[in-house]
Design a protein around this ligand. Sequence first.
Ligand code: KG4
Ligand code: ZN
Length: 348
Amino acid sequence: MRDVEKRDALILGIETSCDETAVSLVRGGRKILADEIVSSAPEHIRFGGVVPEIASRIHTDAILDATRRAFAAAGIRAEDLDAVAVTYGAGLLGALLVGVSFAKAYAYAIGKPLVAVNHIRGHIAAAYLANEELRPPFMTLLASGGHTAIIHVKSYEEHEVLGSTLDDAVGEAFDKVARVLGLPYPGGPSVERLAREGKNTVSLPRMLKGAGGYDFSYSGLKTAVINFVHTAAQKGEDFGKADLACSFQSAALNVLADKLFRAARERGVNTVTAGGGVAANGYLRELLTERAEREKKTLILPEKRYCTDNACMIAAEGYIQYLKGNFADLMLNAKASIPLKNALNNLH
Ligand code: KG4
Ligand code: ZN
């Protein structure tokens, strides 16, 4: 195939790593032609978190229809595809297996290459969907339920981790704080909503705030919130939940903006991006926007729906691997966990 045609490659993206069954059609790694998402979140609410077995069953029920809807929305036939890209890890094993099995069968049936996509690289690639001109190098903040890291994207290939969390991920801290405040799953958006009604009045620790490196730590902050709630309950005191949510959110997110922009400054990188579910948080987006203006950096933020799990980011990253000719075979298996460094180096 000529290079110019390759650059226009049409990729079917499939993502089933958690509670979203997502299917996309993306041209040239950037142009979204279809974007289907079926969320099983309502089924998990009464359990206070994702129940893997329920998530897997809903993926199985939803994936074929979601794919048909995607093709119908884009007005495209399966023969028009150049490759099928699927999240193979990390995530819930049973949930991943639904997408991986479906993608293998689909690619085999239409005789097109299969591309195995790492979910974390997908979150980073979401920024390419936000701006057609975005090219490495850039500095990115990865802030999801499983990871918190500052990554220097030096090229489409080379991603250097400058710092990461030493314990909990920031999204995990939001989820735990939501639970202790009695807020519904999913925790991040619930805390954000409540925080909007409160003030930053509770003094909480800002772990590693002043430290020179780029690492993070969230377990101390999380424990401080839990202790605050328990102490108030023991004393029978009524405390302002909204103020606590606001104070937690401020402590959790300011440090991300500080370190991200310090990394960009110290490495002489002019473009900054963010990805992962926590990057959908409106307060964080405001902080990053203000900081970019002040520091004269170009900020590229994916739309909120492309920060949380979706299949467009999988097709965007699948496209990068497709151009490299990095194809998987039918022995591809799902992987529940992949260390961050391996994930970024695309080591399966
Ligand atoms: O990227 P994501 O959808 O899935 C993972 O790959 O982990 O991220 C999910 C995480 C959850 O911890 C969720 O609470 C958090 O992102 N999150 C948020 C918001 N939306 C999702 N955290 C804070 N504010 C939000 N608006
Ligand atoms: Zn994710």
